[in-house]
Write a new protein. Structure first.
Length: 86
């Protein structure tokens, strides 16, 4: 699967987990996650490559315990390192 497709799946998963997504030009300095006004946000830096953006979103998803309870497409599950529930 291509990086851009994985990135889109990761962003959709983040939305499913309740994150608000902002895609902004941050001049390649990187985005990240934060919480304010009672909402969880992921800022995606459009100044970064698709690979860097994907890794940034993946880092947030990997740290969210709720990801273990979801059914993920195999390529995304493998990329995130999430083991299939038994």
């Amino acid at each position: 699967m291509h990086t851009v497709e994985l990135r889109e799946q990761a962003l959709a998963l983040a939305r499913q987990l309740g994150y608000c997504i902002r895609e902004e030009w941050l001049d390649g300095n990187g985005g990240g996650q934060c919480e304010f006004a009672g909402r969880r946000w992921i800022f995606v830096d459009l100044g970064q490559s698709a690979v860097e953006q994907l890794e940034q979103v993946a880092e947030t998803l990997r740290s969210d315990p709720a990801i273990q309870s979801l059914t993920l497409k195999p390529p995304l599950r493998k990329f995130l390192g999430v083991h299939r529930r038994i």
